[in-house]
Design a protein around this ligand. Structure first.
Ligand SMILES: Nc1ncnc2c1ncn2[C@@H]1O[C@H](COP(=O)(O)OP(=O)(O)OP(=O)(O)O)[C@@H](O)[C@H]1O
Ligand SMILES: [Mg+2]
Length: 278
């Protein structure tokens, strides 16, 4: 789903308090089927921005369109857009509520009026997809490990097969191996379902490793937006380790865009070595 923001302003209003600026004149367009990283310091408006994609928040002024449809405050319209958009909150396991894993994962399907055979089929499929053992179906989600709980929360979002998936700091609190497994899971989902992924991230490794586009927020405004290659090679952001290493090797030049340590090794053995031998 392509996304467009046109001069979007958003204020938080609380009784007896001044308005707080959430978004300030935000304008950009991002094509469909991309992985988009939203970065920026704490309080810069990242969560506020992505909550406009599924109508959780609606602009105070300006317009947001997703997949060609205006995201509006009207309940009916919001419901139809929302079905295509999955939102995984930060620490999604905190929102688990059902008695069993099966109920938790299948909960959102109840409203679609599907036959129970079909519901079971979908639950089995999404448990496979998220690496959850089917034996866990009858267990309480509260008695699983932290990593398993995160997977259950992910499965409960993916079961609706969203065309656009919003991830607010998906790797927070996970060990490095689990982070990689989870990002791989999302990338596979994206490929097999031609979906868009929007992820809020503080990890520049994840931004370089997975993103196609990057939106850099600062105090509610978009400081930079564009292809991840150009943002990472041209801005003053803290670089991912591989790119910082390359920059240290050749400080007089713009660093190459490198997605991983392997890309750094390839760059050293080809580009860097050949230029050093000239
Ligand atoms: N519910 C709310 N009511 C009032 N102000 C809010 C609310 N949520 C966020 N804000 C304010 O809006 C601004 C943007 O917040 P937002 O949560 O979008 O930042 P963020 O970039 O996601 O930060 P973090 O990295 O800490 O999650 C901040 O000044 C924040 O204090
Ligand atoms: Mg946030």
């Amino acid at each position: 789903m392509d996304v467009s923001f046109k001069q979007v302003n958003f204020h938080y209003e609380a009784v007896g308090q001044d308005k707080i600026v959430g978004l300030n004149d935000v304008t950009f367009e991002i094509p469909a089927n991309q992985t988009v990283a939203v970065i920026g310091e704490t309080g810069s408006g990242k969560s506020t921005l992505v909550q406009h994609l599924n109508g959780l928040l609606v602009p105070t002024s300006g317009e947001v369109t997703v997949g060609g449809f205006k995201v509006s405050a009207k309940k009916k319209q919001r419901a139809s857009v929302k079905r295509d958009i999955g939102y995984l909150f930060q620490y999604p396991e905190d929102q688990l509520f059902a008695d069993t894993v099966k109920e938790e994962i299948g909960y959102s399907l109840q409203w679609l009026g599907l036959p129970s055979v079909e519901i079971d089929k979908r639950i089995n499929h999404v448990m496979d997809e998220t690496g959850l053992d089917k034996e866990l179906q009858s267990r309480s989600p509260f008695h699983l490990s932290g990593g398993q709980q995160r997977r259950v929360a992910i499965a409960s979002v993916l079961i609706l097969r969203p065309k656009l998936l919003i991830l607010d700091e998906p790797g927070a609190g996970l060990d490095p191996v689990s982070r990689i497994e989870m990002m791989d899971l999302f990338m596979k989902y994206k490929q097999t379902n031609q979906a868009s992924i929007w992820m809020v991230s503080h990890s520049m490794e994840d931004v370089a490793g997975y993103a196609d586009y990057c939106i850099h927020m600062h105090e509610g405004t978009v400081r930079e937006v564009g292809k991840v290659e150009s943002i990472l090679t041209q801005s003053n952001l803290i670089l991912p380790q591989a790119m910082q290493f390359a920059k240290d090797l050749r400080p007089d030049q713009q660093p190459p865009f490198l997605r991983s340590t392997q890309a750094l090794v390839d760059w050293i053995t080809t580009d860097f070595m050949s230029k050093s031998n000239e």
